[in-house]
Design a protein around this ligand. Structure first.
Ligand code: ADP
Ligand code: MG
Length: 465
């Protein structure tokens, strides 16, 4: 393993949360930390365009994130660095897009030429351009929240185009949508080396489409997508509102679907709730199967932490595993981020990870004294939202009251780990299913809605102040 690779994984994990997926994939995905000391950090990048972009646009973000992870070099250098040991399938995801984007004077759009097939040419490579070998079924942990999606993806990988077509996966960020869809791609390619698997984010689809229009290469563009055996489109919500691209996608969809080619789509919301998405697309997206993915439960999160630590050849003590799984309940990406942060911290100081280090690093509510009562939580929540405790405990269904009530339930769960029936009782309710619902809703909204996030943080501050 590269020195500092855990540290860099931690840095990338944080950056991934603060830039768009498209930007992350294009500019950060293939970088690595080559060297670091107090004077400088040397970041390896695959080409000059990425180097320039990182220098000009992302230097501050990188500096800041490095600092958060305990590294404050005087300067950062970006160095072009080719990884020779990589296999061709691992090559840059979208060299085509990048070339078009960065050097507009060069008007060559060169998609694959399916007719010129044959081993060793660009053909099979390009069809797999978006597939990352890192995401497999083997390293995906199945549990509540993702088991249905997992089963559907496995069925599809076994016989693409026959069962759930399209498959539509939706849910908040960082819960494994991309991982599962990529796993299908990898499994299909493993079974049939020349399968035409195309993985693309809707942002990338859009960018390529715009470039193809600009360089009058639309038929080449069309051909790549319409001759795929499996088309995987990630985060489709970003195509919403883009009229021409939606139309192009509509036709692509129809061609593939009629030819019994598998289509897999992901989004942050169910098709019907994506604003700006054309109705005819919405209706097609529910032709097959739509699955709601959720953050896995505590036990599954523990298994994920254990497995990920294992892949870094680290065996974590059980209390540390449980601590992480207990404290990061928003999504798996953050859970991974927390783990990477811990591993990087320990790696740099040659320490064995333990509970004290983990809790010191995450510095979360769990480590603080547990003298908070349920009553205080309800009271602080009411105060934050400027409603009364009686209103929260009452039965009014106005949104102004319902949201604070749900947030209170969420905090009772996340801070005091109360059971759902207990949460219901604290709020003067008999039925605990509402509590389950409310907690899940707020968990989901935490990463979609910054107001909710702020409210929860604020209330926690009030509680522990
Ligand atoms: P999404 O596309 O839903 O935003 P990702 O698929 O990118 O989420 O997942 C975020 C991270 O969490 C990835 O590194 C992924 O490998 C990991 N991950 C998510 N769910 C699981 C799981 N069940 N088992 C193992 N890793 C997971
Ligand atoms: Mg994703």
């Amino acid at each position: 393993m590269q020195p500092g690779s855990n540290l860099w994984q931690a840095v990338l994990g944080e950056i991934e949360l603060s830039v768009s997926r498209g930007n992350f994939m294009t500019w950060f995905k293939q970088t690595q930390l080559l060297k670091y000391d107090d004077e400088s950090a040397v970041i390896g990048v695959p080409n000059v365009f990425i180097k320039q972009q990182l220098e000009r646009k992302y230097n501050d973000l990188i500096t800041e994130t490095l600092k958060k992870n305990g590294l404050s070099p005087e300067r950062i250098e970006y160095k072009i660095h080719t990884v020779t040991s990589r296999k061709p399938v691992d090559e840059p995801l979208d060299t085509g897009t990048m070339r078009m984007e960065s050097r507009p004077e060069q008007s060559t759009y060169s998609p694959p030429r399916p007719s010129s097939g044959g081993p060793g040419n660009s053909f099979s490579h390009t069809y797999r351009q978006g597939i990352n070998e890192r995401y497999t079924f083997e390293n995906f942990i199945v549990g509540s929240g993702n088991e249905l999606a997992y089963a559907a993806c496995q069925a599809i990988a076994a016989s693409p185009g026959t069962k759930y077509n399209p498959l539509f996966l939706y849910g908040g960020v960082g819960i494994g949508k991309t991982h599962l869809m990529q796993a299908v791609g990898n499994a299909v390619v493993a079974a049939k080396r020349d399968a035409r698997v195309v993985y693309v984010s809707s942002e990338q689809f859009l960018q390529e489409f715009v470039s193809a229009l600009r360089f009058k290469k639309i038929s080449d563009f069309t051909e790549v997508y319409r001759t795929a055996d499996i088309l995987i489109v990630d985060d489709i919500q970003f195509i919403a509102g883009k009229e021409k691209a939606q139309e192009e996608f509509f036709h692509t969809f129809n061609t593939l679907h009629q030819g019994n080619k598998q289509i897999i789509i992901s989004s942050d919301k169910p098709p019907g709730e994506i604003p700006g998405l054309e109705d005819r697309l919405k209706s097609r997206f529910v032709w097959g199967m739509s699955i709601d993915m959720q953050i896995p439960d505590f036990e599954t999160r523990c298994a994920i932490v254990q497995t990920k630590a294992g892949s870094h050849a680290v065996e974590l003590p059980t209390d540390v595993v449980e601590y992480l799984a207990n404290n990061v309940t928003t999504n798996i990406r953050e859970l991974e981020g927390a783990l990477n942060q811990l591993l990087a911290f320990c790696e740099m100081r040659a320490l064995e990870p333990n509970l004290a280090i983990a809790s010191g690093l995450l510095g979360s509510a769990k480590t603080r004294p547990k003298h908070i009562s349920a009553k205080q939580i309800v009271e602080r929540t009411a105060r934050h939202f400027q409603v009364t405790v009686d209103e929260i405990l009452g039965s009014k269904r106005d949104k102004d009251i319902v949201v604070p009530r749900q947030v209170a339930m969420y905090i009772l769960r996340s801070e005091l780990h109360l059971s759902f029936p207990k949460i219901a009782r604290e709020l003067g309710r008999k039925d605990h299913t509402t509590a389950i619902h409310s907690v899940e809703k707020i968990e989901r909204e935490l990463h979609l809605d910054s107001d909710i996030r702020e409210a929860v943080n604020n209330i926690k501050e009030l509680l522990y102040a």
